[in-house]
Design a binder for this molecule. Sequence first.
Ligand SMILES: CC(C)(COP(=O)(O)OP(=O)(O)OC[C@H]1O[C@@H](n2cnc3c(N)ncnc32)[C@H](O)[C@@H]1OP(=O)(O)O)[C@@H](O)C(=O)NCCC(=O)NCCS
Length: 119
Amino acid sequence: MDLAGRVAVVTGAGRGIGRAIEDGTVLGSASLVAHDMDTRMDLSPWLASVLVAPEHRRRGVGTALIHRVVDEARTLGFRTLYLFTPDKEALYTKLGWQFLERTEYLAQTVVIMSLAIAD
Ligand SMILES: CC(C)(COP(=O)(O)OP(=O)(O)OC[C@H]1O[C@@H](n2cnc3c(N)ncnc32)[C@H](O)[C@@H]1OP(=O)(O)O)[C@@H](O)C(=O)NCCC(=O)NCCS
């Protein structure tokens, strides 16, 4: 499948591709999306909307969700994954993500990061 096809798969998969559920409760979710910054349409795909319920944080759920989305992107054949974050650069750096650039987006300073995911 070519890049456009793979992006269509990602877009079709939509948001909430990774969801952590325990005893019927959604602990958190994370998404793989074709685009997440309308100022950086040249970059794709993105890890987006990583969110863990406050009462379930700091026990590895976020990390597991991030790994799930990375695995999905790798399975789809992507070689690089992107994200932007206003304040979680340290967490992603710990998980192997690399700083790409600092920029202003939606009235806040964010860092764009990338992860090489080719086998
Ligand atoms: C960012 C976020 C998704 C992290 O979720 P999480 O489930 O707490 O993530 P993890 O548990 O995998 O890791 C968080 C910390 O807990 C630590 N941790 C993981 N398992 C642990 C355990 N069993 N015991 C103690 N600490 C643990 C991790 O080492 C990490 O430490 P650090 O803050 O020093 O880096 C969550 O805080 C959140 O939803 N924040 C609001 C939304 C947000 O900022 N999203 C990211 C947008 S880019």
